[in-house]
Design a protein around this ligand. Structure first.
Ligand code: MEZ
Length: 568
């Protein structure tokens, strides 16, 4: 190779091909050996992270991913950070990252048919497609139930969209709620979720979500997670959103825990491995999948059970424009992996879809960015004002209502406003500051000036809010909870607008997470969990219910997939 910046050019004078490879043509799709080599010479990310850098890709929230995710062997490097971030004033390397991904290429039907005709190269019990939270939970549960499991992800790193989850996990009846003296009930969780979803949810699935939520927390803790912080999310009547203590984002934490747990269980995880076909027999029973591996090409693996855990389609511009033309071109808070592949795979074997066109916008995505400003910021105490400085909605209402309200404001954006006490309390806010997303001022008048709001209007809004805080009643919008006043300088504001966040609709499932066909009969051997499915959230998902969904239904899908594979 003679491409500047690729690993081969860089290493060819060290020890030739042997520096990185064990033997020619023996590179696994996950590039496991090669990455071990990188780390054995250069050290791990802890060693590589440079404390002098303001923003360092080696200490990113993607965690301990393969070096070759960004540094390619025989191609130009690609810095995945640039897919979501544009760091103001910082010249990040490899800025041309926004190229097409290998998985964006169309399906090669000839190669797929050849792989099927050649027959399976391997056999396993359960194949899990997609290594985000739902996939990892399914894989670990299937393995614990005694099955052999292969977990596949098309990306060079695991984590999927779950890796970006900031808020938390909704659960009722936990030790944490007891410790915080929160009175909650399974019925309330069900009612809040149904109301938030405009009663379009499948009540049986919601009942399971609520009933098994506390067990899901215990399960995560048994794998090594910390879920000790508690806060309220929009649409919930009490504090039931569980988060890692210390204000960390939930996604990176649980993905780190799940990666380690699944390695420990012996799950065979393969990256750079896209499932391009579900293979069924004459009776529509699952018999395996065709995989397109980065190095191994197309090959078939036989399995009696397949779990689809591929996530939603929030980053697939064509699907968004098709299902919701009014959202065409809107920014997305989703990972680049959320391209709706599972929906296409399932449709091709006759799966039925539920509420496929219901797409959630999150009200507070950083304006003109892809960075989610978590609902936690409002949950912990921020208010939301329009371009003049007026509040216009209960900040803790559901996302559909908050997004609609912003889109009715002048210029269709809003500001979240808070003070130094919130800044100190919510660690993620310090992260937004680090990304240069916050405006900061010593006085309210100065904050109004730098954000273009009207100083007297913002001042009145904050004075009134502080009064409501003191009297414990929000006379303007009936906000149920006001944990903080806004009076400790410096003051902060972050500009936000709605962005695509979650696709509620997807593959239809029953209470065993079996995928249903158009006659509502289970497709034998096909299971699904997480955002690829429809039915749990109705027309609108509540904050904190996605992570719960991935863990609870991931476990159910994995356990039932194992049972099916081992007993048929
Ligand atoms: O569940 C979510 O999507 C969530 C809590 C997001 C967030 O605002 O942090």
């Amino acid at each position: 190779a003679d491409n500047k910046n690729d690993l081969a050019s860089f290493h060819k004078d060290v020890n030739g091909c042997k520096t990185c490879h064990t033997a020619p043509n023996k590179v696994s799709d996950s590039e496991t050996f090669e990455n071990k080599q990188c780390k054995s010479c250069h050290g791990d990310y802890g060693k590589l992270a440079n404390p002098k850098l303001d923003i360092d890709p080696h200490s990113s929230h993607l965690g301990d991913i393969n070096c070759t995710s960004c540094h390619k062997g025989h191609e130009q490097p690609k810095l995945y950070c640039n897919e979501c971030h544009s760091f103001k004033g910082l010249d990040m390397p490899f800025n041309k990252a926004k190229s097409k991904e290998p998985w964006d290429k169309g399906w090669d039907n000839e190669a797929i048919n050849k792989a099927i005709a050649a027959g399976p190269k391997e056999t396993t019990d359960v194949i899990v497609v997609g290594a985000g939270s739902a996939g990892f939970n399914a894989a670990i549960a299937a393995k614990k139930a005694g099955a052999n499991v292969i977990l596949l992800d098309k990306a060079p790193f695991s984590g999927g969209n779950s890796m970006l989850a900031a808020g938390g996990y909704n659960a009722v009846g936990t030790v944490q709620q007891k410790d915080h003296k929160v009175d909650d009930k399974i019925e309330w969780y069900v009612e809040d979720t149904m109301k938030g979803g405009r009663y379009a949810n499948d009540p049986k699935l919601v009942q399971i979500l609520a009933e098994q939520s506390a067990d899901g927390i215990k399960w995560l803790e048994s794998l090594g997670a910390n879920m000790d912080d508690l806060k309220r999310s929009g649409g919930a009547r009490v504090d039931r959103t569980h988060r890692p203590s210390g204000g960390l984002s939930v996604g990176p934490h649980i993905i780190d825990v799940l990666r380690k747990a699944s390695d420990k269980e012996g799950v065979d995880t393969r990256l750079n491995s896209k499932v391009v076909k579900l293979v069924v027999d004459d009776e529509q029973k699952i018999v395996g999948v065709v995989i397109h591996g980065k190095h191994s090409g197309h090959y078939m693996v036989a399995a009696k059970s397949v779990v689809l855990a591929t996530g939603g389609y929030g980053f697939n511009k064509e699907m968004i424009a098709f299902y919701r033309p009014t959202f065409k071109g809107m920014t997305s808070s989703n990972n680049i992996t959320s391209t709706g592949d599972g929906i296409e795979l399932a449709k091709a074997v006759g799966a039925s879809m539920t509420d496929i066109d219901w797409i959630q916008t999150h009200p507070t995505v950083g304006k003109d960015s892809r960075i989610l400003i978590s609902e936690t910021v409002r949950g912990v105490g921020a208010i939301m004002v329009n371009k003049e400085g007026n509040r216009f909605i209960n900040e803790l209402t559901t996302r559909d209502k908050a997004s609609d309200a912003i889109l009715k404001q002048p210029e269709q954006y809003a500001w979240l406003v808070f003070d130094n006490e919130l800044y100190k309390k919510a660690k993620m806010v310090q992260g937004y500051d680090h990304l240069e997303m916050l405006e900061k001022a010593n006085t309210v008048a100065e904050l109004a000036k730098i954000t273009g709001m009207t100083p007297s209007v913002l001042d009145k809004t904050i004075t009134n809010y502080n009064h409501y805080f003191k009297q414990g009643k929000d006379e303007a919008f009936n906000r149920e909870q006001m944990p903080l006043s806004i009076e400790k300088s410096p003051y902060y504001a972050v500009k936000v607008a709605p962005g695509i966040h979650h696709t509620m609709g997807g593959v239809a499932i029953d209470t065993k997470a079996e995928v249903l066909d158009i006659q509502s009969q289970p497709l034998k051997g096909l299971f699904a969990a997480g955002e690829v499915t429809g039915g749990v959230h109705g027309y609108n998902r509540l904050g904190g219910n996605a992570v719960a969904d991935t863990v609870i239904f991931g476990k159910i899908a994995g356990t039932n997939a194992a049972k099916h594979a081992l007993n048929t």
